[in-house]
Every structure is written in structure tokens, then in C-alpha cells.
Write a protein that binds this ligand. Structure first.
Ligand code: MN
Length: 449
């Protein structure tokens, strides 16, 4: 069977030469993040000698689409389709006993975050941040589970400040707070790229991302009961922190260098009080260096899968969607459609905007354009788009607060229809090509020196 833990995945990476180890001493302040950033898009790094820490740190678990595809066991071209298919067919998880859960090898009912190797990533960060923690919570009204990743600012030995954007966890927190009650949470650190991907699904409130993980694993995800919280946690995680999101408590959190490559500012934010930590006997800590491709693709891939479903609902002949790295893998989408009717490009845009509040620019192209090639996409805009005819602008919709150009989250949406007008003379828009070029082996023709 496939992988089901961080360790399984590290074995795969090792076998492919994509895990490099660092035995030289490395500082948790900037140095580790800087090295992680340099390896981004190439290979994962395991730091075995972190100054002042006894636990090794891994970063860059998957920083290319090919690496994520390998984790899922699908060809890179099928990556998004595989996520979309899994989301359409979620599977149940299975509870296991403590004795079969490696994350319960060590159970401590008091928490000292100082024992974990939590890095300071960027120059103006407010302090050490947990960046690769999958937060597990339940809807206090319906009991439905939810997974999400948040930046977690270490504010004390057992205290974390948390940024909660207006999504599912914020809904739970508001509901609990309205009753003056704390909300149980658990934070799993050191999980494989599949669970990380699942946690980032674009799914409706009430959809438990654990069930997407099971579908992606193609086997039930093994969960185990929390020690101090009424939650099921991943049995094969390296580290699980348990605690409560406190009602009516706010403390300064931030600044923090975020995925748009800007700092999210410091402001009063909700606080998690930790009550327990459970780990493997010799745990591995995972950090995601913000704004690296590891971070960006974790956002992009599940979003693309979820978005494609929504877009296909509106335009069945939509083929693929790409959230571009230059657009922070969140804000700018490119959609390819096999246009059958005039106007479909605009319907695809509306569906994309509706599917994710973060999307602020959508370019729609025909199927002869490579949506992963920024030059090809720009070529389509240059030669098939006229602003007076093909541009759609919507003012002041809900966008993303981390976009510094937004008005505290209010954001304009722009759609660019770069598809060929339906029914136009096909020759006028036919891409030039040289017959046979694709199969010519240039090196075989050039004289040997
Ligand atoms: Mn959710």
C-alpha cells in the first residue's frame, strides 16, 4: 500500500534522492529557514543538528507538482484531477487503539513548547512560529470535523496566538465564543503531504477533510482519541498538541512573513492554551518555510481540484485550472475551456470567483494554450483579448486580508476572456506550427566537435 506517515514519505524521498541531510549545526533563527528556501523546488532537507534542540527538523517535504503527484501515486498531469475525484468520493477513517498509534508513544500532560525546535523564519516575524500544524476541530453545533493550517505564534510555554481567517474554524470559534465556551483543538505536526493536501481542500462547511485524506490515501486514515480533547487525531503523526481555543481572549500575534511575500501585521488574535503533547519516541518536527513552493503548492493543488469541480458545474467543458505562482498560488487563476458557446468564458470566471474568495484575477483561455506556461497565457491575452470587449471588473467583493492591496479584505475581481470569439474564422486564430518539429532531435543533427 501507499504511504501513510511522514516517515513513509521520507523513505520514498530518500529512494528518489530527494531527501538531503544536514549534520552541520544550524540555528533555528533564520538559518534553517534560509537553507530550506534555497532547497525549495529541488529537494527536502532534514536537519539533524539544530542548535539548542534534540529533535530533528524537516522542511520542503514536497515543493514541486511532481513530488505531490508521487505522494499520491499519480502522474503529475493527473494531480489535480486525482484530488478532485477523491473529494467527490470521500471515505471513512478508522479509529485505532492507543497501542497501535505511534503518536502516543510519549504522552505528556503538560506542555513546554521550548522543547520543540520551532524556527523563526523571516526577519520581522514576531517570534517562533509553528507553520506545518494541521489543526483539528469540530463544529460545536453539528459535530462535523474540520482540518486547517494556521500560523501559530509561540506566545508562551503552552500558549499559541493564532490567525483565523473567515473560514470554517472561525465559524466554530464564533459559535463557541457566543456561548462563552472554549473550543477543543488539536494540532498535528509531522504528517505526510497527503494529509497536508487534504487539510487545504476547498470544501463546504461540514465536509470533514479527514475523509478526503482517506480517499487520497486509498485506505482509511487511522485516527486515535485525544488525551484531553474530544477529537480524533492522526495516529501516525510525529507530534500532536492538544488544547483549547479560548473564548473572549485576544493577545498580540504577528507580524509574520506570509505566502504573498509580505508580512501579516501584528494585531490582537485568539489564543490557544495547550494541555497535552503526545509524540513518537524520537519525533521529527516539520516546518514549512512561508512563501516557498512547498507552502504555495499546498494551497494551489487542492484549490485547483475544488475549483475545477465548481467551474465544471457551471461550464461542463472546462478542462483545467491553474493557480499561478506569481499570483501567490491563490489570487490569479488560469482556466482552459473547450469553448462550445459564446459567453462560456465569463460563466467560468464567475464560477472561479464563487469557488474561492481569494481569487481576484481569472484568465480564461482555449484548449490550445498551456495554462502552466506564463508565456503562452500572456500570448493568448496579447492576441485574443480586447479590454473593451473581454474585460470584466467587479468592485469590492470579499477577497483576502493578506493581500496588501485589498481594503482590509475587500478586493476587486477581474476577469480576462482570452478565448477566441466563437464562430470566428479558425485560420485567423490558428497557432503556427512546423510539421514534424516536435519529433526532431536537434542534437542528432549537430556536427560532433
Ligand atoms: Mn473545512
Amino acid at each position: 500500500m501507499g504511504i501513510k506517515s511522514l516517515r513513509d514519505w521520507l523513505e520514498v524521498l530518500k529512494g528518489d534522492g530527494l531527501l538531503k541531510t544536514v549534520s552541520r549545526e544550524v540555528s533555528l533563527k533564520y538559518e534553517l529557514a534560509g537553507l530550506g528556501k534555497k532547497a525549495d523546488g529541488k529537494y527536502a532537507l532534514m536537519f539533524n543538528n539544530v542548535a539548542g534542540a534534540s529533535i530533528p527538523v524537516v522542511t520542503g517535504l514536497a515543493s514541486t507538482r511532481a513530488m505531490f503527484a508521487a505522494a499520491l501515486g499519480v502522474p503529475a498531469g493527473r494531480l489535480v484531477a486525482a484530488v478532485a475525484a477523491a473529494q467527490a468520493a470521500p471515505r471513512d477513517c478508522v479509529m485505532v487503539d492507543k497501542g497501535r498509534a505511534p503518536v502516543k508513544e510519549v504522552v505528556e500532560l503538560s506542555v513546554d513548547l521550548g522543547k520543540l525546535p520551532i524556527p523563526v523564519h523571516h526577519e520581522k516575524d514576531g517570534g517562533p512560529y509553528i507553520t506545518a500544524g494541521v489543526l483539528i476541530a469540530k463544529d460545536p453545533e453539528t459535530g462535523a470535523g474540520n482540518l486547517s493550517i494556521h500560523r501559530l505564534h509561540v506566545l508562551g510555554p503552552n500558549k499559541l496566538g493564532i490567525l483565523i481567517l473567515p473560514r470554517h474554524l472561525s465559524h466554530f470559534h464564533r459559535a463557541a465564543e457566543a456561548k462563552g465556551k472554549p473550543l477543543d483543538v488539536a494540532i498535528a505536526i509531522g504528517v505526510d503531504p497527503i494529509l497536508l493536501l487534504a487539510s487545504q481542500a476547498i470544501a463546504p462547511l461540514g465536509f470533514d477533510e479527514y475523509t478526503l485524506a482517506s480517499a487520497l490515501y486509498d485506505q482509511p486514515l487511522e485516527l486515535v482519541r485525544g488525551e484531553t480533547v474530544d477529537l480524533a487525531v492522526p495516529a501516525h503523526a510525529e507530534i500532536v498538541l492538544e488544547g483549547r481555543l479560548l473564548p473572549d481572549v485576544r493577545e498580540m500575534e504577528g507580524p509574520f512573513g506570509e505566502y504573498p511575500k509580505y508580512y501579516g501585521p501584528a494585531s490582537p488574535k485568539p489564543v490557544i492554551e495547550l494541555a497535552a503533547v503526545t509524540t513518537r519516541r524520537s519525533p521529527i518536527y516539520h516546518t514549512i518555510v512561508p512563501a516557498t513552493m512547498e507552502h504555495m503548492l499546498l494551497g494551489a493543488i487542492p484549490r485547483e481540484g475544488g475549483m475545477l469541480q465548481v467551474i465544471k458545474g457551471a461550464v461542463p467543458n472546462a478542462l483545467a485550472v491553474h493557480l499561478t505562482p506569481g499570483g501567490t498560488c491563490r489570487y490569479h487563476a488560469v482556466i482552459a475551456i473547450d469553448k462550445q458557446n459564446e459567453g462560456e468564458a465569463k460563466n467560468a470566471m464567475f464560477a472561479a470567483f464563487a469557488s474561492s474568495q481569494e481569487v481576484k484575477r481569472v484568465v480564461v483561455v482555449d484548449k490550445d494554450v498551456d495554462i502552466f506556461d506564463p508565456v503562452d497565457v500572456e500570448w493568448a491575452i496579447a492576441t485574443r483579448f480586447q479590454a473593451g470587449r473581454d474585460l470584466v471588473v467587479v468592485n469590492d467583493a470579499l477577497g483576502n486580508k493578506l493581500d496588501p492591496s485589498s481594503n482590509d479584505g475587500l478586493s476587486d475581481k477581474m476577469g480576462i476572456d482570452a478565448t477566441v470569439p466563437y464562430g470566428s474564422d479558425p485560420f485567423r486564430f490558428e497557432k503556427i506550427r512546423i510539421p514534424g518539429e516536435k519529433n526532431l532531435d536537434l542534437a542528432a543533427y549537430i556536427d560532433k566537435p
